[in-house]
Design a protein around this ligand. Structure first.
Ligand code: NDP
Length: 336
Protein backbone atom coordinates (compact mmCIF):
# COMPACT_ATOMS: atom_id res chain seq x y z
CA UNK A 1 0.00 0.00 0.00
CA UNK A 2 1.31 3.41 -0.88
CA UNK A 3 0.71 6.61 1.08
CA UNK A 4 2.16 10.02 0.41
CA UNK A 5 5.21 10.98 2.48
CA UNK A 6 3.82 12.27 5.76
CA UNK A 7 4.81 15.63 5.31
CA UNK A 8 5.72 16.86 2.14
CA UNK A 9 6.51 19.20 5.02
CA UNK A 10 10.04 19.71 6.25
CA UNK A 11 11.51 17.73 9.12
CA UNK A 12 14.33 17.95 11.67
CA UNK A 13 17.55 16.04 11.33
CA UNK A 14 21.30 16.10 11.73
CA UNK A 15 23.32 16.63 8.59
CA UNK A 16 27.04 16.12 8.05
CA UNK A 17 28.76 18.21 5.40
CA UNK A 18 32.34 18.02 4.15
CA UNK A 19 34.56 21.07 4.57
CA UNK A 20 38.13 21.81 3.50
CA UNK A 21 39.39 20.95 6.97
CA UNK A 22 37.12 18.03 7.81
CA UNK A 23 33.38 17.97 8.35
CA UNK A 24 30.57 19.87 10.07
CA UNK A 25 27.57 18.34 11.78
CA UNK A 26 24.46 20.41 12.49
CA UNK A 27 20.89 19.85 13.52
CA UNK A 28 18.73 21.59 10.92
CA UNK A 29 15.52 21.63 8.97
CA UNK A 30 15.61 19.13 6.12
CA UNK A 31 13.23 18.64 3.22
CA UNK A 32 11.96 15.72 1.18
CA UNK A 33 14.81 16.45 -1.23
CA UNK A 34 17.28 15.42 1.48
CA UNK A 35 15.82 11.90 1.61
CA UNK A 36 17.91 9.44 -0.35
CA UNK A 37 16.88 6.89 -2.92
CA UNK A 38 14.75 4.01 -1.69
CA UNK A 39 11.36 2.35 -1.99
CA UNK A 40 10.27 2.61 1.66
CA UNK A 41 9.79 5.82 3.66
CA UNK A 42 9.79 5.58 7.43
CA UNK A 43 8.78 7.90 10.22
CA UNK A 44 11.76 7.37 12.50
CA UNK A 45 10.74 6.93 16.14
CA UNK A 46 13.96 5.89 17.85
CA UNK A 47 17.64 5.67 17.10
CA UNK A 48 20.66 5.02 19.28
CA UNK A 49 24.34 5.77 19.67
CA UNK A 50 26.83 3.12 18.63
CA UNK A 51 30.63 3.39 18.67
CA UNK A 52 30.55 3.84 14.90
CA UNK A 53 28.08 6.72 15.27
CA UNK A 54 30.62 8.34 17.61
CA UNK A 55 33.25 8.07 14.88
CA UNK A 56 30.82 9.42 12.27
CA UNK A 57 29.55 12.40 14.31
CA UNK A 58 33.01 13.51 15.41
CA UNK A 59 34.69 12.77 12.07
CA UNK A 60 37.47 10.93 13.97
CA UNK A 61 37.44 8.21 11.37
CA UNK A 62 36.15 8.37 7.79
CA UNK A 63 32.89 6.54 8.53
CA UNK A 64 30.80 9.02 6.52
CA UNK A 65 31.74 8.71 2.88
CA UNK A 66 28.95 10.58 1.12
CA UNK A 67 27.97 14.23 1.73
CA UNK A 68 25.64 15.74 2.75
CA UNK A 69 24.40 12.86 4.91
CA UNK A 70 22.26 12.25 7.96
CA UNK A 71 24.20 10.01 10.40
CA UNK A 72 22.76 7.23 12.57
CA UNK A 73 23.59 3.64 11.59
CA UNK A 74 20.30 2.27 12.89
CA UNK A 75 16.72 3.23 13.61
CA UNK A 76 13.26 1.90 14.31
CA UNK A 77 9.96 3.37 13.24
CA UNK A 78 6.79 3.07 11.21
CA UNK A 79 6.52 2.76 7.45
CA UNK A 80 4.59 5.69 5.97
CA UNK A 81 4.98 4.84 2.31
CA UNK A 82 6.12 1.70 0.50
CA UNK A 83 6.63 0.61 -3.09
CA UNK A 84 8.32 -2.59 -1.84
CA UNK A 85 6.26 -5.77 -1.89
CA UNK A 86 7.42 -6.79 1.59
CA UNK A 87 6.22 -3.69 3.45
CA UNK A 88 3.17 -1.51 3.76
CA UNK A 89 2.24 1.67 5.59
CA UNK A 90 1.91 1.03 9.30
CA UNK A 91 4.55 -1.73 9.49
CA UNK A 92 6.94 -1.44 12.43
CA UNK A 93 10.49 -1.90 11.20
CA UNK A 94 14.10 -1.87 12.31
CA UNK A 95 17.20 -1.11 10.27
CA UNK A 96 20.82 -1.89 11.13
CA UNK A 97 23.75 -1.05 8.91
CA UNK A 98 23.76 -1.71 5.16
CA UNK A 99 25.79 1.49 4.85
CA UNK A 100 23.09 3.60 6.49
CA UNK A 101 24.73 6.43 8.43
CA UNK A 102 27.83 5.92 6.26
CA UNK A 103 26.88 6.28 2.58
CA UNK A 104 23.07 6.50 2.93
CA UNK A 105 21.21 8.89 5.23
CA UNK A 106 20.28 7.29 8.54
CA UNK A 107 18.43 7.49 11.81
CA UNK A 108 19.18 10.93 13.24
CA UNK A 109 16.20 12.59 11.53
CA UNK A 110 12.42 12.42 11.73
CA UNK A 111 12.15 10.77 8.30
CA UNK A 112 14.26 8.25 6.39
CA UNK A 113 13.95 6.64 2.98
CA UNK A 114 15.76 3.34 2.36
CA UNK A 115 15.62 0.17 0.32
CA UNK A 116 13.02 -2.27 1.67
CA UNK A 117 15.64 -4.98 1.16
CA UNK A 118 17.47 -3.58 4.19
CA UNK A 119 14.52 -3.62 6.59
CA UNK A 120 13.42 -6.21 9.14
CA UNK A 121 9.89 -6.25 10.57
CA UNK A 122 10.02 -5.95 14.33
CA UNK A 123 9.14 -9.15 16.19
CA UNK A 124 5.79 -8.70 17.96
CA UNK A 125 7.29 -8.64 21.46
CA UNK A 126 9.92 -5.98 20.70
CA UNK A 127 8.62 -2.40 20.40
CA UNK A 128 10.38 0.47 18.62
CA UNK A 129 12.00 1.75 21.83
CA UNK A 130 13.29 -1.68 22.86
CA UNK A 131 14.59 -2.22 19.32
CA UNK A 132 16.91 0.75 19.76
CA UNK A 133 17.81 -0.19 23.32
CA UNK A 134 19.14 -3.27 21.54
CA UNK A 135 20.37 -1.38 18.46
CA UNK A 136 23.21 -2.50 16.24
CA UNK A 137 25.36 -3.20 19.32
CA UNK A 138 22.81 -5.63 20.76
CA UNK A 139 22.03 -7.25 17.43
CA UNK A 140 25.79 -7.73 16.91
CA UNK A 141 26.06 -9.26 20.39
CA UNK A 142 23.43 -11.79 19.32
CA UNK A 143 25.34 -12.53 16.08
CA UNK A 144 28.40 -13.23 18.24
CA UNK A 145 26.42 -15.56 20.51
CA UNK A 146 25.04 -17.36 17.44
CA UNK A 147 28.60 -17.83 16.11
CA UNK A 148 29.67 -19.49 19.38
CA UNK A 149 26.56 -21.69 19.39
CA UNK A 150 27.17 -22.75 15.78
CA UNK A 151 30.67 -23.74 16.82
CA UNK A 152 29.06 -26.00 19.41
CA UNK A 153 30.02 -24.10 22.57
CA UNK A 154 27.75 -25.27 25.40
CA UNK A 155 27.19 -23.93 28.95
CA UNK A 156 28.77 -27.08 30.39
CA UNK A 157 32.04 -26.41 28.52
CA UNK A 158 33.15 -23.69 30.96
CA UNK A 159 33.39 -19.93 31.32
CA UNK A 160 32.73 -17.53 28.45
CA UNK A 161 34.80 -14.33 28.41
CA UNK A 162 33.26 -11.03 27.25
CA UNK A 163 35.61 -8.07 26.73
CA UNK A 164 34.53 -4.41 26.85
CA UNK A 165 31.68 -5.64 28.98
CA UNK A 166 30.37 -2.23 30.12
CA UNK A 167 29.94 -1.08 26.53
CA UNK A 168 26.96 -1.68 24.25
CA UNK A 169 27.91 -4.98 22.61
CA UNK A 170 29.47 -6.27 25.82
CA UNK A 171 26.52 -5.45 28.10
CA UNK A 172 23.99 -7.14 25.83
CA UNK A 173 26.30 -10.13 25.28
CA UNK A 174 26.59 -10.63 29.06
CA UNK A 175 22.79 -10.43 29.44
CA UNK A 176 22.06 -12.91 26.61
CA UNK A 177 24.73 -15.44 27.58
CA UNK A 178 23.68 -15.50 31.22
CA UNK A 179 20.02 -15.98 30.26
CA UNK A 180 21.11 -18.92 28.07
CA UNK A 181 22.77 -20.52 31.10
CA UNK A 182 26.42 -19.74 30.33
CA UNK A 183 28.80 -18.73 33.08
CA UNK A 184 30.11 -15.33 31.96
CA UNK A 185 33.33 -13.65 32.99
CA UNK A 186 33.28 -9.95 32.09
CA UNK A 187 36.41 -7.85 31.55
CA UNK A 188 36.19 -4.11 32.05
CA UNK A 189 38.39 -1.07 32.40
CA UNK A 190 35.77 0.30 34.77
CA UNK A 191 35.72 -1.82 37.92
CA UNK A 192 33.24 0.72 39.33
CA UNK A 193 30.75 -1.01 37.01
CA UNK A 194 31.25 -4.39 38.72
CA UNK A 195 27.82 -4.38 40.42
CA UNK A 196 26.16 -3.35 37.17
CA UNK A 197 27.83 -6.22 35.29
CA UNK A 198 26.94 -8.72 38.03
CA UNK A 199 23.33 -7.49 37.82
CA UNK A 200 23.35 -8.32 34.10
CA UNK A 201 24.36 -11.88 34.95
CA UNK A 202 28.18 -11.93 34.98
CA UNK A 203 29.47 -14.53 37.40
CA UNK A 204 32.82 -12.74 37.72
CA UNK A 205 34.21 -9.35 36.70
CA UNK A 206 37.92 -8.91 36.02
CA UNK A 207 40.17 -5.95 35.16
CA UNK A 208 40.92 -5.50 31.50
CA UNK A 209 44.41 -4.25 32.35
CA UNK A 210 45.70 -7.82 32.38
CA UNK A 211 44.73 -8.08 28.71
CA UNK A 212 46.37 -4.91 27.42
CA UNK A 213 50.04 -5.99 27.52
CA UNK A 214 51.74 -7.83 24.64
CA UNK A 215 50.39 -11.38 24.55
CA UNK A 216 52.36 -14.59 25.03
CA UNK A 217 51.90 -17.14 22.26
CA UNK A 218 50.04 -19.44 24.64
CA UNK A 219 48.82 -19.12 28.21
CA UNK A 220 46.75 -21.27 30.58
CA UNK A 221 43.57 -22.63 28.96
CA UNK A 222 40.81 -20.61 30.62
CA UNK A 223 37.87 -19.92 28.32
CA UNK A 224 35.39 -22.20 26.55
CA UNK A 225 34.34 -19.31 24.32
CA UNK A 226 34.86 -15.57 24.06
CA UNK A 227 33.27 -12.46 22.58
CA UNK A 228 35.74 -9.68 21.86
CA UNK A 229 34.96 -6.06 21.03
CA UNK A 230 38.50 -4.71 21.46
CA UNK A 231 40.95 -6.27 18.97
CA UNK A 232 44.63 -5.42 19.54
CA UNK A 233 46.51 -6.90 22.51
CA UNK A 234 43.20 -7.73 24.17
CA UNK A 235 42.19 -10.15 21.42
CA UNK A 236 45.73 -11.55 21.20
CA UNK A 237 45.66 -12.29 24.95
CA UNK A 238 42.18 -13.81 24.71
CA UNK A 239 43.34 -16.13 21.91
CA UNK A 240 46.30 -17.29 23.97
CA UNK A 241 43.98 -18.26 26.86
CA UNK A 242 41.35 -20.24 24.93
CA UNK A 243 40.65 -23.87 25.75
CA UNK A 244 41.53 -26.51 23.19
CA UNK A 245 39.06 -26.54 20.24
CA UNK A 246 37.15 -23.49 21.48
CA UNK A 247 36.11 -20.36 19.58
CA UNK A 248 36.25 -16.57 19.75
CA UNK A 249 33.71 -14.28 18.07
CA UNK A 250 35.43 -10.98 17.29
CA UNK A 251 33.43 -7.95 16.20
CA UNK A 252 35.24 -4.81 17.32
CA UNK A 253 38.32 -2.64 17.46
CA UNK A 254 37.73 -0.55 20.58
CA UNK A 255 41.42 -1.04 21.44
CA UNK A 256 42.96 -1.43 18.00
CA UNK A 257 42.57 -2.63 14.44
CA UNK A 258 45.82 -4.62 14.85
CA UNK A 259 46.06 -8.22 15.97
CA UNK A 260 49.57 -8.91 17.32
CA UNK A 261 49.31 -12.67 17.70
CA UNK A 262 50.89 -15.81 16.25
CA UNK A 263 49.53 -18.97 14.68
CA UNK A 264 50.14 -20.86 17.97
CA UNK A 265 46.56 -20.75 19.34
CA UNK A 266 45.24 -21.94 15.97
CA UNK A 267 47.66 -24.74 15.16
CA UNK A 268 48.44 -25.96 18.68
CA UNK A 269 45.02 -25.60 20.29
CA UNK A 270 42.70 -25.78 17.28
CA UNK A 271 41.11 -22.44 18.16
CA UNK A 272 38.64 -20.90 15.71
CA UNK A 273 38.36 -17.13 15.30
CA UNK A 274 34.99 -16.03 13.91
CA UNK A 275 34.79 -12.55 12.39
CA UNK A 276 31.34 -11.09 13.02
CA UNK A 277 29.97 -8.41 10.74
CA UNK A 278 26.55 -6.89 11.27
CA UNK A 279 26.57 -4.35 8.45
CA UNK A 280 26.22 -6.63 5.44
CA UNK A 281 24.76 -9.70 7.17
CA UNK A 282 22.00 -11.33 5.12
CA UNK A 283 18.34 -10.56 5.81
CA UNK A 284 17.82 -14.21 6.85
CA UNK A 285 20.57 -13.92 9.46
CA UNK A 286 19.14 -10.59 10.70
CA UNK A 287 15.65 -12.06 11.02
CA UNK A 288 17.08 -14.99 12.94
CA UNK A 289 19.05 -12.67 15.23
CA UNK A 290 16.03 -10.44 15.93
CA UNK A 291 13.78 -13.39 16.70
CA UNK A 292 16.48 -14.81 18.99
CA UNK A 293 16.67 -11.43 20.73
CA UNK A 294 12.90 -11.56 21.26
CA UNK A 295 13.29 -14.98 22.87
CA UNK A 296 16.65 -14.84 24.64
CA UNK A 297 17.09 -11.28 25.88
CA UNK A 298 15.44 -10.44 29.19
CA UNK A 299 13.57 -7.18 28.51
CA UNK A 300 13.84 -6.13 32.18
CA UNK A 301 17.60 -6.47 31.96
CA UNK A 302 17.53 -4.56 28.67
CA UNK A 303 15.80 -1.69 30.47
CA UNK A 304 18.48 -1.83 33.19
CA UNK A 305 21.36 -1.65 30.72
CA UNK A 306 19.90 1.22 28.67
CA UNK A 307 19.27 4.90 29.28
CA UNK A 308 17.58 7.78 27.47
CA UNK A 309 19.78 10.18 25.55
CA UNK A 310 18.34 13.49 24.38
CA UNK A 311 18.38 13.97 20.60
CA UNK A 312 20.05 17.38 21.12
CA UNK A 313 22.88 15.84 23.17
CA UNK A 314 24.12 13.47 20.45
CA UNK A 315 27.24 15.52 19.54
CA UNK A 316 28.60 15.45 23.13
CA UNK A 317 27.60 11.81 23.64
CA UNK A 318 29.55 10.96 20.46
CA UNK A 319 32.71 12.26 22.12
CA UNK A 320 31.85 10.37 25.32
CA UNK A 321 31.38 7.00 23.60
CA UNK A 322 34.80 7.29 21.95
CA UNK A 323 36.28 8.09 25.38
CA UNK A 324 34.72 4.89 26.76
CA UNK A 325 32.43 6.87 29.07
CA UNK A 326 29.08 5.46 27.93
CA UNK A 327 27.69 2.54 29.91
CA UNK A 328 25.34 0.12 28.17
CA UNK A 329 22.93 1.27 25.51
CA UNK A 330 21.67 4.77 24.72
CA UNK A 331 18.09 5.18 23.47
CA UNK A 332 17.51 8.30 21.38
CA UNK A 333 13.87 9.29 20.97
CA UNK A 334 13.44 11.20 17.75
CA UNK A 335 11.30 14.28 18.50
CA UNK A 336 7.84 14.10 16.95
P1 NDP B 1 31.09 0.93 23.28
O1 NDP B 1 31.94 2.15 23.22
O2 NDP B 1 29.73 1.01 23.88
O3 NDP B 1 31.89 -0.22 24.06
C1 NDP B 1 33.24 -0.49 23.83
C2 NDP B 1 33.86 -0.92 25.13
O4 NDP B 1 35.17 -1.42 24.87
C3 NDP B 1 34.07 0.21 26.13
O5 NDP B 1 32.92 0.51 26.84
C4 NDP B 1 35.15 -0.38 27.01
O6 NDP B 1 34.51 -1.26 27.93
C5 NDP B 1 35.97 -1.23 26.03
N1 NDP B 1 37.20 -0.57 25.63
C6 NDP B 1 37.36 0.73 25.28
N2 NDP B 1 38.65 1.00 25.01
C7 NDP B 1 39.32 -0.17 25.20
C8 NDP B 1 40.70 -0.54 25.13
N3 NDP B 1 41.65 0.34 24.78
N4 NDP B 1 41.02 -1.82 25.39
C9 NDP B 1 40.08 -2.72 25.73
N5 NDP B 1 38.77 -2.43 25.85
C10 NDP B 1 38.40 -1.17 25.58
O7 NDP B 1 31.03 0.38 21.79
P2 NDP B 1 30.08 -0.75 21.18
O8 NDP B 1 29.81 -1.77 22.22
O9 NDP B 1 28.97 -0.10 20.45
O10 NDP B 1 31.04 -1.37 20.08
C11 NDP B 1 32.18 -2.13 20.49
C12 NDP B 1 33.08 -2.39 19.30
O11 NDP B 1 32.40 -3.24 18.40
C13 NDP B 1 33.47 -1.15 18.52
O12 NDP B 1 34.79 -1.27 18.07
C14 NDP B 1 32.50 -1.16 17.35
O13 NDP B 1 33.00 -0.47 16.24
C15 NDP B 1 32.38 -2.64 17.11
N6 NDP B 1 31.14 -3.03 16.45
C16 NDP B 1 31.24 -3.82 15.34
C17 NDP B 1 30.14 -4.25 14.68
C18 NDP B 1 30.29 -5.17 13.52
O14 NDP B 1 29.37 -5.29 12.72
N7 NDP B 1 31.42 -5.85 13.41
C19 NDP B 1 28.79 -3.81 15.10
C20 NDP B 1 28.76 -3.07 16.35
C21 NDP B 1 29.93 -2.68 16.97
P3 NDP B 1 35.00 -1.39 29.44
O15 NDP B 1 35.07 0.01 29.98
O16 NDP B 1 33.96 -2.23 30.10
O17 NDP B 1 36.36 -2.05 29.39
Amino acid sequence: MSQSLQGDQNFQGYQINKTETGQTCELKELSKNDLMEGDVTIKVEYSTLNYKDGLALTGKSPVVRKFPLTPGIDFSGTVTNSDHTGFEAGDKVVLNGFGVGEVHSGGYAQMARVSGDWLVKLPSKIDARQAMAIGTAGYTAMLCVMALEQHGVKPADGNILVTGASGGVGSVAVAILSKLGYSVVATTGRMAEKDYLMSLGASEVIERQGFSEKARALYKELWAGAIDVAGGNTLANVLSQMKYGSAVAACGLAESMNLPTSVAPFILRGITLYGVDSVMASIEKRQQAWSRLERDLDMDLLERLSFDLDFNDLPQAAIDILDGKIRGRAIVKIPT
